[in-house]
Design a protein around this ligand. Structure first.
Ligand code: GCV
Length: 936
C-alpha cells in the first residue's frame, strides 16, 4: 500500500496532534490570512479537523464542548468518544479530554438509550446532566451514538452554531454497504485509484489507513462492507484467509461496520474437491454448512455473503438445472443459524444488446416469493450496467414477496473513471426518487428498497466503491465527494444534493464562501455536463471496452444508428418488450413516443433524426448542441477551478487542475467522436456550426505491420455548406514515420484517404489521433484503434493462429488446431487439439483465432537467449479472460474484452528449449489465441 507507512492507529489525543494528522493550521480560511493554506494530500478525506477559523463560533464551541463524557467501553461507543476527543482537540485548538462523569461546565455527553427509532438512531440536544448544562448525544445503541458523534463533528466542521441544537435522526435503509471489487492479488476490478485499500497480502497486519477507511465509512453512516470482488476468488474463505481477516473484522466492528464476503458458487469444487456445486446435492449442502460454520467461528459477527452467479462466466445454479432462488437458498440456509444473510445479485445477461435489458427481469420475476427470509436480491440501479443514464430497473416493484436492495456504482466505470469530474448524487437521487407505481403513486425505489413498501426487514443499498491505495484514495480529489455522497444518501435518500455537496466541500476544503460556492457548483453540474457530451437522450454503450473512450462504431447494436434514425426500440408494440415490465402508468409513458421523457427517448425508442423533442429541437440538432455545449462547459469548469488558485492549498489545487486539463481533452474527444459519428450516419448539417471531420473507416481495430509502410484508411466528411479541401495525417510517434493525404469534398460529401505510416516494431495496442486541416474550418477528430504486429522478417517467431484455411498475415506462419506437436517442430499442440473460428471480417491476424473452453497446451521451441513472447488475444465479439501459463505457472491473464478489442500479453520465456504454454479461460468460457511473436 502506498502513502501509509505508520503502523497502528494513533489513539491518544496528544499523539494524534503531534503526528500532524489533525493539523490545526491547515484549512484556515484564505480570506482571513491572505496566504494559501499549507499543502494537503487528500489522505484524510473529509475527516479533516482544522482549527475553526470563525472566532465567534470558536468561542461558542470552546464554551460548550470542553470535555467528552462517555463510559469506559470499547466498540462503537468508545470509538465515538475517541473521535470526538481527538477531532475537537484539533478543531478547537485545545485539549478536549474524555471523562467518565460530568465534572464542571461544558460537558459533551455521549450516551445510549433504547429508542423506538431503532439502535442506529440518535438525537443531539442540549439539556442538563447531573445539574450541569450539557450538549447530549444519545444513540439508540452504540452505533447510533457513533453516528451522532460524527453528526456533531459535521456541524462544527461546517461552522453551524449549536445554539438551538435539536437533531433527531435515523437511517432510512437497514443495509448501507460498501462493495469492493478487490482481488486477492491486490488489483481492483474497475478501480481507478490504485490497488486495494485492504492490503490482503499484508493482513493480519493493519495500518492507520485501515482505521481511516473505517472512520470514513462510519462518518457517513455506512454499516457494512463486502471486501472482495463479486468475481470471487474462492480462496477468500480458505482457513488461512479467515485467520488473516480476523483483526480487520475486529477493527471494522469497532466502527459499527460488519464485514461481508463475496462467495464463489463453485467453492465446494474449488476448495472442497467435490465434483459438483449443485445446490440440491446433499454433499454440497453439507460442505456449505460446515464451511459457513467455520467462517462464523472465525468471525462471529460476519454480516453474511454476496454472490454473483451465472453472470459473466461466474459459476451458479443454472448449470445444474436449478434456479437463482435455489442457489441463494443454499447459502441462506447455511448462514441462517449464525444470523448471516446472503445478497444474491440480479445482474445476469447474455452479452447481447437485444436481450440485456430484459434478462434480469425475466429471470427473477418468476422467482418472487421463492427466496429465503435471510436472502436479498441485489439489483443494479438500471437494467443495463451503471450507464450514465438508464431508467430505474424494472425489478424494483416487481418482487413484492422478496427482499430487495439496490446496487449503485460509486467507482466511475462508465462515468469518466478518475479523469472526468462526475458527481453522481443527482443521478442516484433520480433513481431513489423514481416512482414505480407498484403500489400506486408514491411507490418510489427509495421506499421499496428500504423495506417499507412490502413490510420487509431486510433492504438497503450497496455502492461499488471508488477507493484505492492512492494517497488521496480516489485519484481525483473531487471524486471522494461521490464516496461521501453515496453514504449520506444511503442514510437518507431525501437529503438535498446541494446540501450534501456543500457539506462535503466545507469538510474537505474549508468554509470560505467563494470556495464553497465554486466547488459545490462544479460538483452539482457535472453529471448533466457528462451526460451532455457523452450520452444523447439515454443511448447506452457508446463506449469502448475500457469503458472510458468513446466508440460508437463498435457498439452499433446498442444505439442502432442508421441513415434515417437512431435509438433502441424497447417498446412492446415493435421492440423487445422491455417497457411492458413497468407498472402503469410508467409502462404507458415509456411505450408511447409522445409521452416518453426526452432524456430516455433513445433508450426506449428508435426515432428518425428529424423527430422533434419536447424541447422543440430535432434529435440530431440536440445531439450536436449537447455535445458542443457539454464540451464547452468542461472548459468553463476548468477555468472556474483555476480561479481558486491560492484559495486552496497548492497541492490539491494543482492535482485537480491537472485532472481538469485531461477532462477537457477527453470531453473534446467525446464531442468530436459522437457529433462526427452522427453526422456521418445522418448527413444532416448542424444548424449552428460547420466543420470537417475524420472518423475511423471500420467497426473495429485495424492491424498495422511494424517495420513496414502501411496505408491507414480514414473516412473524411465535410459538414459545412460549401466545398472544402481536406488534408489528413497521422501524429508523430516515437520510432514511427508517417505522411499525409488530401481530398476535396462538396458540402455533406465524404470520402476516404490512405495515409502512409510505418510503425515501430514492438507489438502495441493503441489509438491514433489523426490530424486534419481544412483552411479555417474546425476539424472534429475521432480516434482510430490500432493493433500493431511486427513484420515477419523482423521476428524469430511470427505465428498467425486460426483456422486451417483463412488468410495469413504476410510473413507469418499458420497455427491451426491441426498442428499437433512433432519432435523438432517449431510449435504444436500436445494432449488434444483446440477449436478455431474464422469471423471472416477484419484483418488476417484479427479475423480468426484458436479457442476452446477446455485448457489446451501448445509446445513451443524457443530459440536460445532471453526472449519476450507476445501473445495476441481478442475477437470481434466479446471475449472472456485468457490465461496463459508457461510450464504450469501463470504468466499473463487478459481482461474481459468487449467485441472488437484486442490485447497483447507480453511475458518472458526461457530460451534454448521447448516450453509448454497452457491456454485457459474462466469455467465454461472460451480462451482466444490470435497470434504469437518473438522479435529478433
Ligand atoms: C465485477 C460490469 C463490469 C464488470 C463487473 C460487472 C458486475 O460488467 O464491467 O467489471 O464485474 O459489471 O457488476 O458483475
Amino acid at each position: 500500500m502506498t502513502g501509509v507507512t505508520r503502523r497502528g492507529f494513533v489513539a491518544g489525543t496528544s499523539a494524534a496532534v503531534a503526528a500532524g494528522w489533525l493539523s490545526g493550521a491547515a484549512g484556515t480560511a484564505w480570506a482571513d490570512t491572505g496566504t494559501p493554506p499549507p499543502d494537503e494530500d487528500g489522505s484524510r478525506l473529509w475527516l479533516r479537523y482544522p482549527l475553526v477559523a470563525d472566532r465567534r463560533l470558536l468561542d461558542e464551541y470552546r464554551r460548550d464542548l470542553r470535555y467528552v463524557v462517555a463510559p469506559d467501553t470499547d466498540g462503537p461507543l468508545g470509538s465515538a468518544a475517541g473521535e470526538l476527543s481527538r477531532a475537537l482537540t484539533s478543531l478547537l485548538g485545545r485539549d478536549v479530554p474524555i471523562r467518565r462523569k460530568v465534572d464542571g461546565a461544558g460537558p459533551l455527553v455521549l450516551r445510549t438509550a433504547a429508542s423506538d427509532a431503532g439502535p442506529e438512531s440518535y438525537t443531539l440536544r442540549r439539556g442538563r446532566v447531573d445539574g450541569t448544562a450539557a450538549v447530549i448525544i444519545t444513540g439508540g445503541a452504540d452505533r447510533g451514538a457513533l453516528y451522532g458523534a460524527f453528526h456533531l463533528l459535521r456541524l462544527v466542521q461546517t461552522h453551524v452554531t449549536l445554539d438551538r441544537l435539536d437533531v433527531a435522526e435515523r437511517p432510512r435503509n437497514p443495509l448501507r454497504l460498501a462493495n469492493h471489487w478487490d482481488n486477492l492479488d491486490g488489483s481492483v476490478e474497475r478501480g481507478y485509484a490504485g490497488r486495494s485499500v485492504f492490503g490482503f497480502a499484508e493482513l493480519p497486519e493493519l495500518t492507520e489507513r485501515h482505521s481511516t477507511y473505517a472512520r470514513a465509512l462510519a462518518s457517513v453512516g455506512l454499516n457494512g462492507t463486502v471486501i472482495n470482488n463479486v468475481n470471487a476468488n474462492a480462496q477468500f474463505i480458505a482457513p488461512e484467509m479467515l485467520f488473516k481477516l480476523q483483526p480487520l473484522a475486529a477493527l471494522l466492528r469497532g466502527w459499527g461496520i460488519s464485514l461481508y464476503l463475496s462467495l464463489n458458487f463453485a467453492s465446494p469444487m474449488i476448495l472442497g474437491g467435490l465434483t459438483t456445486a449443485d445446490p440440491f446435492d446433499a454433499g454440497v449442502k453439507d460442505w456449505w454448512r460446515t464451511k459457513i460454520t467455520e467462517i462464523y467461528r472465525a468471525i462471529p459477527d460476519l454480516g453474511g455473503f454476496l454472490v454473483k452467479a451465472d453472470s459473466e462466466g461466474q459459476p451458479g445454479p443454472i448449470s445444474y438445472g436449478r434456479t437463482h432462488a435455489d442457489g441463494a437458498n443454499l447459502i441462506a440456509e447455511a448462514a441462517a443459524p449464525h444470523g448471516g444473510i446472503v445478497m444474491w445479485r440480479a445482474f445476469v445477461h447474455d452479452f447481447n444488446a437485444l436481450e440485456w435489458s430484459n434478462k434480469a427481469y425475466e429471470t427473477f420475476k418468476p422467482l418472487d416469493g421463492k427466496f429465503a427470509d435471510n436472502a436479498i436480491v441485489q439489483i443494479k440501479n438500471g437494467p443495463i450496467d451503471f450507464q450514465v443514464r438508464e431508467p430505474a430497473h424494472p425489478l424494483f416493484g416487481a418482487l413484492p414477496n422478496t427482499n430487495a436492495m439496490m446496487e449503485l456504482q460509486v467507482t466511475q466505470e462508465y462515468t469518466g473513471q478518475s479523469t472526468h469530474l462526475c458527481y453522481l448524487v443527482p443521478q442516484w437521487q433520480e433513481v431513489y426518487g423514481f416512482d414505480t407505481h407498484a403500489e400506486g403513486s408514491g411507490t418510489t425505489v427509495a421506499k421499496i428498497i428500504s423495506g417499507r413498501t412490502y413490510g420487509r426487514e431486510l433492504g438497503g443499498v450497496a455502492g461499488v466503491m471508488n477507493l484505492g491505495d492512492d494517497t488521496d484514495w480516489t485519484r481525483h480529489q473531487l471524486a471522494a465527494a461521490n464516496t461521501h455522497g453515496y453514504g449520506r444518501l444511503a442514510w437518507n435518500p431525501g437529503l438535498k444534493a446541494r446540501d450534501i455537496a456543500e457539506e462535503w466541500t466545507r469538510q474537505t476544503f474549508g468554509n470560505d464562501q467563494r470556495e464553497v460556492a465554486v466547488i459545490t457548483g462544479l460538483l452539482l453540474g457535472s453529471w448533466q455536463t457528462y451526460l451532455d457530451y457523452t450520452n444523447p437522450l439515454g443511448v447506452s454503450f457508446l463506449i469502448k471496452g475500457d469503458h472510458f473512450t468513446p466508440s460508437p462504431q463498435t457498439n452499433t447494436g446498442w444505439h442502432q444508428a442508421d441513415a434515417e434514425g437512431t435509438g433502441f426500440d424497447r417498446t412492446v408494440a415493435t421492440g423487445n418488450g422491455f417497457t411492458g415490465f413497468y407498472h402503469r402508468p410508467v409502462s404507458d409513458r415509456f411505450e408511447n413516443l409522445s409521452d416518453c421523457p426526452d432524456e430516455l427517448l433513445l433508450f426506449l425508442h428508435h426515432v428518425p433524426y428529424g423527430h422533434r423533442l419536447k424541447s422543440g429541437k430535432t434529435v440530431i440538432q440536440h445531439v450536436y448542441d449537447s455535445h458542443f455545449d457539454g464540451a464547452a462547459e468542461v472548459g468553463r469548469m476548468r477555468d472556474r477551478w483555476r480561479e481558486l488558485r491560492g484559495r486552496i492549498d497548492a497541492k490539491r489545487w494543482a492535482d485537480t487542475a491537472e485532472r481538469f486539463d485531461r477532462h477537457r481533452e477527453q470531453a473534446i474527444l467525446w464531442r468530436d467522436t459522437i457529433a462526427g459519428y452522427y453526422f456521418a450516419a445522418s448527413r444532416v448539417l448542424d444548424e449552428r456550426r460547420s466543420w470537417v471531420q475524420v472518423t475511423p473507416t471500420g467497426n473495429a481495430a485495424i492491424c498495422l505491420i511494424g517495420g513496414r509502410e502501411n496505408l491507414v484508411r480514414l473516412s473524411l466528411a465535410n459538414a459545412s455548406a460549401a466545398e472544402a479541401e481536406l488534408v489528413a495525417g497521422l501524429p508523430e510517434r516515437d520510432g514511427w514515420t508517417s505522411g499525409t493525404a488530401g481530398l476535396v469534398l462538396p458540402s455533406k460529401g465524404d470520402g476516404t484517404v490512405d495515409v502512409p505510416v510505418t510503425p515501430s516494431l514492438p507489438p502495441q495496442v493503441l489509438t491514433l489521433r489523426p490530424t486534419l486541416r481544412s483552411g479555417d474550418l474546425p476539424a472534429l477528430i475521432a480516434e482510430q484503434p490500432v493493433i500493431t504486429a511486427p513484420a515477419g522478417e523482423h521476428c524469430l517467431l511470427a505465428v498467425d493462429a486460426g483456422s486451417a484455411s483463412s488468410p495469413l498475415l504476410d510473413g507469418y506462419r499458420r497455427l491451426s488446431p491441426a498442428d499437433a506437436w512433432a519432435d523438432g517442430a517449431a510449435y504444436g499442440w500436445v494432449g488434444g487439439a483446440p477449436q478455431s473460428r474464422d469471423r471472416n471480417i477484419a484483418a488476417p491476424l484479427l479475423r480468426d483465432f484458436v479457442n476452446d473452453t477446455r485448457a489446451r497446451a501448445l509446445r513451443l521451441t524457443v530459440p536460445a537467449g532471453d526472449h519476450e513472447l507476445h501473445v495476441l488475444v481478442g475477437d470481434v465479439h466479446d471475449s472472456f479472460p485468457t490465461t496463459v501459463k508457461v510450464d504450469g505457472k501463470v504468466a499473463a491473464v487478459s481482461e474481459f474484452l468487449l467485441g472488437g478489442s484486442f490485447t497483447w500479453l507480453n511475458f518472458a520465456v526461457p530460451g534454448g528449449r521447448t516450453v509448454e504454454l497452457e491456454f485457459s479461460s474462466v469455467p465454461g468460457q472460451h480462451w482466444h489465441l490470435n497470434g504469437l511473436v518473438i522479435l529478433s
